[in-house]
Design a protein around this ligand. Structure first.
Ligand SMILES: Cc1cc2nc3c(=O)[nH]c(=O)nc-3n(C[C@H](O)[C@H](O)[C@H](O)COP(=O)(O)OP(=O)(O)OC[C@H]3O[C@@H](n4cnc5c(N)ncnc54)[C@H](O)[C@@H]3O)c2cc1C
Length: 616
């Protein structure tokens, strides 16, 4: 048998269903064939002669990382008649990355960098070695190819805050233009009654609003409304405060990563050269000017050069790592009189992330959604029509934003996600297992999930005061992620207020009617505390801490005289020439919402800064 696409099993989805001989074999064949249809090889892996051809050659621009931001920047720069080289450490998307409802199955696969934090002192205490798990996309499209696809833009105030330390270019009114530029609204089961001031219809990125609300989502919405939340139709519109269904980066049942949306349509453009499976070690400088990059492939090491600029879009972890490995030190500078070797910028500092404490609700249920037969039906329907339960994020799309100290505030301090596990789903998406929570916790979760549906509320802290740092290991240059979660007492207090709010849902008519009751898993360390006490909630928050994987901020943007910044307001690395960073790492403060939309906006804006500079 020959395959025109990658014959390696396209995703780990099948590994969850090891029970059934011929049926499974048929399904695997179906998946392999579907990979060609749903996840075709867009950009072939370079051969040895491709690498020889580019070695020591020169392009106008080199972009490092074809991720969420890098793919957008490459698209926009290719609109001018410049030669663009886009280098990506990972390979092509797989079938596993394309099926929306199974995104968690990409964790710990070859499309994941599979990072772990350093052991945490105050958080993730119930995890193996007290290390939190940080998946990140190592694939074309980067993390937009493995993420949860929630499309939210944060709070208006986030950008007004950025602009107060940079320039008016970054205030909400200015960035709105770029959010809209990238967007193409896709409506399902709904009418176009959105305020179009906040949306775009001509962008590359398909952002879908599906107005069909699942009965469980309706219960969650109704319960939140009973606690005073307003129903929000459009979190990206005039206000984000309240509860509703999120926009998602989906279209026709398929993930809309930035590789699928920004690069697939222009993949044959003559001036765009996209090379997957190429790892960039460091930047080559000539005095203070970035000239090229050192690359590593399976064929060995080479160099490649850029006449105009090098753009780092390797993400919050790897962009600072590349800068550090290129000889740029991580320390505050104290004067403007230096050689490049003496440039000392706060690279890797200002690491911010969204962490959550889980609150669990259970509902007795004999729902058989996860029988083998139903699972195969779902796969069959997905592969043949891209429809059915695998084609959408329902019933997990409800989001709520609250302010725990001022119910009239326009800015939230807590965001809630509601993750539904149908009975026996712990086998299907072993989310907590992949995070390496203790076997005690995993066993309790699986036992309860046998005959109960479980809703986990991810009570998420939106603006942490505890900041971390990315460092590199002196011996082998590997990364050390010092997340420092929950070091600041204020963070803990906000989280506890959020948990108390989530606990109140138990008393709502909507939850009572649905027979949803609060459930506490017994964690040994928390056993001494009364379950109604703050000490107990603190113990849960510290032991079962999770991350929504939103780390940002490690190459902070600021004005030229801001010693805490790494890049200036046009995203140029300070004190060096021809080098910019364009990705999640430049955020001065984490946005109050899931950050992908903001990263895409940053990329759109960054590409315009470059065009302005070079088209003069
Ligand atoms: C599991 C998960 C779920 C998430 N869910 C959501 C969500 O639902 N909504 C949302 O808004 N946000 C979500 N996020 C966060 C969001 O996806 C990220 O913040 C965003 O995608 C980061 O974009 P980026 O361009 O900075 O980095 P990335 O998209 O990670 O891109 C970096 C790219 O650089 C490549 N690269 C790195 N180092 C090198 C090197 N040395 N050489 C060559 N290439 C290199 C990487 O392989 C990658 O392709 C989620 C994140 C994760 C991990």
């Amino acid at each position: 048998m020959t395959w025109s696409c990658n014959p390696e099993l396209a995703s780990r989805v099948t590994q969850d269903y090891v029970a059934s001989g011929p049926l499974l074999f048929n399904a695997i064949q179906g998946f392999l064939a579907a990979q060609c249809l749903l996840a075709p090889i867009m950009f072939p892996e370079p051969t040895i002669s491709d690498i020889k051809k580019i070695a020591n050659t020169t392009f106008d621009f080199i972009i490092v990382g074809a991720g969420t931001a890098g793919a957008v920047v490459a698209n926009r720069l290719s609109e001018a008649n410049w030669s663009i080289l886009l280098l990506e450490a990972g390979g092509n998307p797989t079938l596993g990355t394309e099926i929306p409802a199974l995104y968690v199955n990409n964790y710990e696969t070859k499309v994941d960098w599979n990072f772990r934090t350093e052991p945490q002192k105050y958080a993730c205490l119930n995890y193996k070695d007290q290390k939190c798990y940080w998946p990140r996309g190592k694939v074309l499209g980067g993390t937009s190819s493995i993420n949860g696809m929630f499309y939210l833009r944060g709070n208006k105030q986030d950008y007004d805050d950025w602009s107060s330390t940079t320039s008016t270019d970054w205030n909400y009114e200015s960035v709105l233009e770029y959010f809209n530029k990238s967007e193409n609204v896709v409506l399902l089961n709904d009418t176009m009654d959105f305020d179009m001031k906040y949306h775009g219809l001509n962008g590359y990125l398909n952002a879908q609003y599906n107005g069909k609300i699942h009965p469980l989502e309706q219960v969650i919405i109704d319960a939140n409304k009973e606690l005073g939340s307003l129903f929000v139709k459009d979190f990206n519109g005039n206000t984000q405060m309240g509860v509703g269904i999120a926009f998602t980066t989906l279209k026709d049942g398929k993930r809309q990563s930035t590789i699928n949306t920004f690069l697939k349509p222009i993949k044959n453009q003559h001036n765009l050269h996209v090379l997957p499976n190429v790892y960039v070690d460091k930047i080559i400088f000539d005095n203070n000017t970035a000239k090229g990059v050192h690359i590593r492939t399976k064929y060995g090491y080479s160099k490649v050069f850029a006449t105009k600029e090098i753009i780092l879009s390797a993400g919050t972890i790897n962009s600072p790592v590349i800068l550090l490995n290129s000889g740029m030190k991580r320390r505050h500078y104290d004067n403007n009189d230096f050689k490049r070797e003496e440039i000392i910028l706060p690279i890797g500092e200002n690491l911010q992330d969204h962490i959550y404490a889980p609150i669990f609700y259970k509902m007795k249920s004999s729902d058989d959604a996860n029988t083998l037969e139903n699972i195969f039906k779902a796969y069959y329907q997905y592969i043949t029509e891209q429809k059915g339960p695998l084609s959408d994020l329902s019933p997990h799309r409800v989001i709520s934003f609250i302010n725990t100290t001022d119910s009239n505030s326009k800015t939230p301090d807590i965001q809630n996600h509601f993750f539904v596990a149908y009975p026996n789903q712990s086998n299907l998406v072993d989310l907590f297992g992949k995070h390496a929570l203790s076997s005690q916790f995993l066993n309790m979760f699986a036992a309860l999930n046998k005959d109960h549906l479980i809703i986990t509320i991810f009570v998420t802290l939106l603006r942490p005061k505890s900041n971390g740092v990315i460092e590199t290991n002196d011996i082998d240059s590997s990364v050390k992620i010092k997340a420092n979660y929950l070091e600041d007492q204020d963070d803990l207090e906000t989280l506890i207020r959020g948990m108390k709010h989530a606990i109140k849902l138990e008393k709502t008519e909507a939850f009572k009617k649905a027979d949803l009751t609060l459930h506490w898993f017994e964690i040994d360390a928390c056993a001494p505390y009364d379950k109604k006490s703050d000490q107990f909630l603190e113990c849960i928050a510290r032991h079962l801490t999770g991350t929504l994987y939103h780390a940002v901020g490690t190459n902070k943007m600021g004005s030229m005289d801001d010693s805490s910044s790494v890049v200036d307001e046009t995203l140029k690395v300070r004190f060096v020439n021809k080098l910019r960073v364009i990705d999640a790492s430049i955020m001065p403060n984490i946005v109050k919402g899931n950050p992908m939309a903001a990263v895409i906006m940053i990329a759109e804006k960054g590409a315009d800064f470059i065009k302005k500079d070079w088209m003069k």
